[in-house]
Design a protein around this ligand. Structure first.
Ligand code: ZN
Length: 266
């Protein structure tokens, strides 16, 4: 059977949030039955791994990242949170956790500079370095801070998720060895900066994601986003890059396989 879902890779999902938004596991079952290739489920707080694994362990093609998003509530005790997260990883079955993240800076959550935010990221970069895992970086309205923090950990690589900057920042992250990932906002009417940044990304450093349940592509705007909607982002990217969508699916699967060392089944 060949469907539009065949061979798709979604490198950034929050699948365990979907049921709370009215989307049942049937949706994920159907996507995999239709040939969807691979989904990476992302952590946002210490201690969240066990619950996520519990609701998703039935899927062979889902792997996990562990990370702490820079929520204000975590910034007073970064050490304690990072230690708890590391325990999550150490207690998980081999090869289930394939990355650290999401972690980083969010200027909307934390408009003032906070040592706690920087420390929380550094602790997670240190875990990534020690465990030789890639990182998934969240960076909103804080490109300089992000570049400065990442450059202190040159052995660590990963992906700048839901890329929201311009080609010039993309170039800096690429030079530092990072992949760049675009989400559904690539399809938004006013996202000219993202569409032109996409053209800067070498094909072997590009990833695509939904960040579901957030950021539904414009075709589905206003709805709760699920991984199947990523097809709209693939279509938009294929059009901008002037490549065939089958080739783009192959390329993204290959890039995810390389970065996260997973079997993406494309
Ligand atoms: Zn996310």
């Amino acid at each position: 059977m060949c469907t539009e879902m065949q061979g798709l890779t979604d490198t950034h999902t929050h699948l365990s949030y979907l049921s709370g938004k009215g989307i049942a596991n049937d949706c994920i079952d159907n996507l995999f039955n239709e040939g969807f290739g691979f989904m990476l489920d992302i952590g946002t707080r210490a201690g969240d791994l066990a619950g996520r694994v519990k609701c998703l362990s039935c899927y062979n093609n889902v792997r996990f990242a562990c990370g702490i998003w820079p929520h204000r509530e975590f910034l007073d005790n970064p050490e304690e949170n990072a230690a708890k997260m590391e325990k999550d990883i150490d207690g998980a079955p081999e090869s289930l956790v394939v990355a650290i993240g999401e972690c980083g800076f969010d200027k909307r959550e934390n408009p003032q500079f906070s040592c706690g935010e920087e420390r929380l990221l550094e602790l997670q970069l240190d875990i990534a370095a020690r465990k030789c895992l890639p990182v998934i970086i969240h960076s909103r309205d804080a490109p300089e801070q992000t570049i400065a923090a990442l450059s202190r950990f040159p052995s660590v690589h990963g992906v700048i998720h839901c890329f929201s900057y311009t080609g010039s920042e993309a170039k800096t992250f690429l030079d530092m060895g990072y992949y760049i990932s675009f989400a559904g906002n690539l399809t938004y009417k006013n996202a000219h900066n993202l569409r032109s940044a996409l053209l800067y990304i070498p094909q072997d450093r590009l990833l695509l994601e939904t960040d579901c349940p957030y950021l539904a592509p414009s075709f589905h705007r206003g709805k709760v986003c699920h991984p199947g909607m990523i097809i709209e982002t693939y279509k938009a990217a294929a059009e901008i890059l002037k490549i065939d969508i089958i080739e783009l699916k192959r390329l993204i699967a290959e890039n995810a396989r390389k970065l996260f060392r997973v079997d993406t089944q494309a």
